[in-house]
Design a protein. Structure first.
Lengths: 591, 104
């Protein structure tokens, strides 16, 4: 069967499954719409959380980052998993005990303040919308690449699918769809990885294969081989550290704290029946995430090795060491047509030279070989996952599966984000502030309308992405880390932090983080408006803008604590609220 | 839920017990976070260079912690915490009822 037809079949089958689930799991109350009625089994919730969390970025881009950054990309691996420890130990059980529907709702109740709730709503919406743009783009790209339909049509189809199950089913529909989406995406990710690991090392588990010897009988370890071939071409060694300790430390911290503070993840723990379930569910979520995250380093490393050894099959410097362009493999041609791989014969020898021409130390050697610059002018990081099955020579159905997996990853995350946005609008803004007297039926209708509106906005922004779309991930994590996480944590762990402290803290955290991002990335990320060039020399102590969320979080903690100390402690009923959420079964009575 | 249980406990006692429960929880959280910090920021970042002289399979040890080991430890940590907390809940008699309130 034609690959195209097969891809349509596999993707169509997954979509039919999602819609079937949507029809089966319609929400009939606000409780079902916001938190799936609080009836989700902890293991099921863990699986849904994993799909909710792992976006197009995790599925498609992360292995590519690892392939080219090597050790330095471990910030994403540690950052995006370590956050779940913070979530499980510091937030999830207590917020589940609190037992309401949204994250801003907790902040508003705990600090007895509409202003605090409003600041939280603002941070939630900005963080979630920046995040959802990327998912919609991912849907459009996946459609365009695998099904050869125009980008806009792809986004529209994606919007339609999400519309059906998110508007009908709310959190209930989203949860059960996400479980199906997790199964699709993890299968699509691990199957090619297993085959490639078998090819290169003879080990079934990629996690073991990455730390094993090459299967070619040379007795050389895979990591040593990779370090060798890339350094031979002037690139930095895969296992070597390139950035400073401080920057890696703070970037990891920002990603961890940001992960724990992202509302669309936190709210998933509102859906389990009990506090004890919230604790274990975070563990299950991480098990399901770890399946992909521990596979990703192997995928990245092995794909890089395959790529380099394809274009440099012989000795570096030998005339016949480089691949003849006319003899390039089929997958190379396929990806050239998408523009994600690009070749330019700079020295006119008809062979491909792929090396690091930015390294002055390697220039002399390159000149001696008659090389006139790196000829692989485009190597898009994303093809490390997308082209993996073809590079490994896997059957067509695996390629079709990768398309379905990428779509599952993008759609599941988009749905979770859209739910966070729509419940902030209908529950926090409308019911909480503007019209507190609306009935449950009216609120349910409002939340459906808000969801539909959010899908339209996300779709529009996906099709007309602001130029800064790719840059805004720093903003999403920065906001979550510097505003929401500290406010939530102090709300639970401190009896003393009060309204004034929390608001001042959140504003301080956001100001510090956003200012630093603006200085280096420009106002609204518009090129030319940045005050300083975004280079390590200009960074404060060498801290990149992406890593500054952790500094903002510290500022938030310090300001909130200081201001609270200088003002009156929270009233008695707040004290009771905090004491109550700290104990799963509630305080023994008689207070 | 609060009304149904422990009606016989005097107010003062209940407060003390809640405080003791919270203190035990904080100790456990602190211990778990120490391990969390050690395997990621410690072994994976700050001590990665000296650890890389040792190997696990062919993985340099620091590199292994940064890309694999820390994640495995995180998973174990969360389940360990959940297990110990559930035990703590029962010891202090603050576990939730088996039939949770319906929020639908």
């Amino acid at each position: 069967m034609e690959l195209q037809t097969l891809t349509y079949l596999v993707v169509g089958a997954t979509f039919a499954l999602y819609i079937g689930i949507a029809l089966w799991s319609r929400a009939s109350s606000t409780g079902e719409f916001y938190v799936a009625g609080g009836h989700v089994h902890p293991v099921a919730n863990g699986m849904a959380t994993a799909a909710d969390w792992m976006s197009a970025a995790s599925f498609i881009s992360m292995a590519g980052l690892i392939a080219f950054l090597g050790y330095d990309a471990s910030v994403y691996l540690m950052g995006w998993t370590g956050g779940y420890v913070l979530l499980a130990l510091l937030l999830a059980p207590y917020l589940r005990k609190f037992g309401k529907f949204t994250v801003p709702e907790f902040i508003g109740d705990r600090f007895d303040s509409r202003t605090a709730r409003l600041v939280a709503v603002f941070c939630l919406i900005v963080a979630s919308i920046t995040y959802v743009i990327g998912q919609m783009k991912g849907v459009g790209v996946a459609f365009g690449r695998f099904l050869e339909v125009p980008f806009e049509v792809g986004v529209l189809v994606g919007m339609g699918i999400v519309f059906i199950y998110a508007v009908l089913g709310g959190m209930k529909g989203i949860t059960y769809t996400q479980i199906a989406q997790y199964c699709v995406l993890i299968f699509a990710y691990t199957v090619p990885a297993i085959f490639i690991s078998l090819n290169l090392t003879g080990h079934v588990l990629p996690q073991v294969g990455l730390g094993a010897d090459m299967a070619d009988g040379s007795g050389v370890s895979l990591l040593n081989r990779l370090d060798q071939v890339v350094t031979d071409l002037g690139f930095a060694a895969f296992t070597a550290q390139k950035s400073t300790d401080l920057n890696i430390f703070l970037l990891t911290a920002s990603l961890m704290i940001g992960t724990a503070g992202l509302p669309h993840v936190i709210v998933r723990f509102f859906t389990v029946p009990k506090v004890a379930d919230a604790r274990s569910s975070a563990g299950w979520a991480l098990v399901f995430i770890a399946l992909l995250y521990t596979t990703a380093p192997a995928v990245g490393a092995m794909a890089r090795l395959n790529l380099v050894e394809t274009v440099q099959p012989g000795a570096v410097g030998a005339v016949d060491g480089n691949l003849v362009y006319a003899e390039r493999p089929e997958w190379f041609r396929n990806w050239e047509t998408t523009g994600l791989l690009g070749f330019e014969d700079k020295n006119g020898d008809g062979r491909i030279q792929y090396y690091n021409d930015a390294d002055p130390g390697f220039a002399e050697q390159a000149q001696a070989h008659g090389w006139k610059g790196n000829e692989m002018v485009t190597v898009d990081r994303d093809i490390m996952v997308l082209a993996n099955p073809e590079i490994a020579g896997l059957p067509d159905w695996v390629i079709a599966l990768v398309a379905a997996g990428g779509l599952a990853a993008a759609l599941s995350t988009a749905a979770g984000l859209l739910l966070a946005i729509s419940s902030a609008v209908s529950h926090d803004l409308l019911k909480g502030m503007i019209a507190p007297n609306i009935s449950e039926r009216q609120e349910l209708m409002a939340s459906r309308l808000a969801m539909a509106g959010a899908i339209l906005v996300a779709g529009y922004l996906g099709m007309n992405p602001p130029g800064f779309a790719a840059e805004t991930v720093a903003l999403a994590f920065g906001l979550a880390a510097s505003s929401l996480f500290p406010a939530l944590m102090m709300g639970i762990f401190s009896l003393r932090v009060n309204r004034a402290g929390a608001i001042a803290g959140m504003l301080a955290g956001v100001t510090v983080t956003v200012t630093y991002i603006v200085v280096f990335k420009g106002v609204f990320f518009i090129p030319g408006t940045e005050l300083l060039d975004n280079t390590p020399d200009n960074w404060l102590l060498g801290i990149s803008p992406e890593a500054f969320g952790a500094v903002g979080a510290v500022a938030n903690f310090i300001v909130a604590w200081t201001v609270s100390r200088m003002t009156a402690p929270p009233p008695e009923h707040i004290r009771q609220l905090v004491e109550n959420i700290r104990v799963p079964g509630g305080l023994p009575s008689g207070r | 839920m609060t009304e149904s249980k422990e009606n016989a406990v005097p107010a003062q006692d209940a407060r003390h017990r809640a405080a003791a429960y919270w203190k035990a929880n904080l100790r456990l959280v602190a211990g778990c976070l120490a391990v969390w910090f050690l395997v990621s920021y410690g072994f994976g970042i700050l001590l990665a260079d000296p650890l890389d002289r040792f190997h696990l399979g062919n993985y340099p040890l620091g590199f292994w912690f940064a890309t694999q080991g820390s994640i495995y430890v995180f998973v174990v940590l969360i389940f360990f915490y959940a297990w110990r907390m559930n035990r703590l809940d029962r010891r202090f008699g603050v576990q939730e009822d088996d039939a949770p309130a319906d929020r639908a």
